[in-house]
Design a protein around this ligand. Structure first.
Ligand SMILES: Cc1ncc(COP(=O)(O)O)c(C=O)c1O
Length: 375
């Protein structure tokens, strides 16, 4: 067993090195190499979708998705307050206004019962975020979107291969954005992708990603719109293709981790795990735990310190978007009550969750959590 168990690290267990070597030795290291298209096709096919557009990280994937959907100044986009800041920041990049909804106390995803009260005449889209790999209740979100004629722009940064009613992320929304950061279930180091079935969106994604060079005309350096350079390099895509080839293997390892944590920690009073969404397949990007200090008899910080002194790394959970000074300054409405999110922030933390954890390590982590809380 390792002396130090990191909170997460990538597992590169397939053709990654072979494909990178090929990319480097061919000289195709920019976005023009063959691996970019191959990765886009392979990942879109994995999701069951027609198109994928690879970009250089998950944050710009979100921005590009919003741009392709036509979101801009004067629009509102509804998203969970319990998410990573990139979800809300990407909305701000377009000039639109993020509008927050509290989390569900069990699944920790957006509380679908609180979405409709946030809809106004300016609302253009709902951005579900599948927190820690747990798919949102998409039936209700799809119903609300249909009733109010809203787009669904999915942030699936943490949820590659997650399913709702047997349908994978990438196929549950008008457009879906993914991150391939090094800690994700599938990684390219840094990277992202937007997936869609819609040809019009697909063309817009390609156009805006590449500084608005015309798609089907000679390059005469005339740009009709202001675009972005969000291109992914061939080297990153080479890693991505190798990862997709083993996507189900990587996914199963993360699911196995979650089952082991439950096996070794279930029934401990004062601890709570994220509940899987009914009808969903949670791919458990990160295993997190909530501790109730009054039951455990120790504060979260004391438990984290004890784990650290035993070589176990942890991370805090997100602070809600309604608590972000940056978003308040931008003009977001941060008033209102977001009690579930605040409890998650206060009492929760990530446990080590990398794909290469062993059962012995998980058993050890759980033993140390019990020791820390004397339970
Ligand atoms: C929910 C969510 N959205 C967006 C992102 C941004 O992705 P990236 O770090 O690749 O920019 C992340 C990153 O972890 C995330 O968790």
């Amino acid at each position: 067993m390792r002396d130090f168990i990191p909170v997460c690290e990538p597992l590169l267990a397939g053709n990654e090195l072979k494909y990178i070597t090929e990319a480097v030795s061919s000289g195709w290291i920019s976005s023009s190499g063959k691996y970019v298209a191959a990765f886009e096709e392979a990942f879109a096919a994995y999701c069951g979708a027609r198109y994928g557009v690879a970009v250089c990280n998950g944050t710009v994937a979100l921005h590009l998705m919003l741009v392709a959907a036509g979101i801009g100044k004067g629009d509102e986009v509804i998203l969970p307050t319990f998410t990573m800041a990139a979800s809300a920041f990407a909305v701000c990049y377009t000039g639109a206004m993020p509008v927050f909804v509290d989390a569900d106390k069990d699944t920790w995803n957006i509380d679908v019962n609180k979405i409709e009260e946030k809809i106004t005449s300016k609302t253009k889209a709902i951005m579900p975020v599948h927190i820690f790999g747990n798919p949102c209740n998409m039936s209700v979100i799809q119903e609300i979107a249909k009733k109010h004629k809203l787009l669904i722009l999915d942030d699936a940064a943490e949820a590659h291969g997650a399913e709702y009613m047997g349908i994978k992320t990438g196929m549950l929304a008008d457009l879906t954005s993914f991150s391939f950061f090094a800690n994700k279930n599938l990684t390219t180091g840094e990277g992202g992708m937007v997936v869609t079935n819609n040809t019009d969106y697909y063309n817009k994604l390609r156009y805006f990603k590449n500084v608005c060079f015309p798609l089907d005309a000679p390059r005469v350096y005339q740009h009709a719109d202001i675009g972005f350079n969000y291109r992914m390099s061939n080297i990153h895509a080479a890693i991505g293709l190798a990862q997709v080839e083993k996507a189900d293997y990587y996914k199963d390892l993360r699911i196995k981790n979650a089952l082991l944590y439950k096996k070794y920690l279930t029934g401990i009073d004062g601890t709570q795990f994220q509940a899987d969404e009914k009808n969903g397949l949670n791919v458990h990007w990160m295993n997190s735990i909530l501790l109730e200090p009054s039951v455990i008899g120790k504060s979260k910080e004391q438990v984290i310190d004890y784990l650290k002194s035993n070589g176990i790394e942890t991370r805090l959970l997100f602070t809600g978007m309604h608590k972000q000074e940056s978003l308040r300054k931008y003009g977001c409405d941060c008033s209102g009550s977001y009690k579930v999110c605040e409890t998650l922030t206060k009492n929760g933390f990530y446990l080590p969750s990398g794909s290469n954890l062993t059962e012995e390590e998980i058993a050890y982590i759980c033993k140390k959590i019990k020791e820390a809380g004397n339970c």
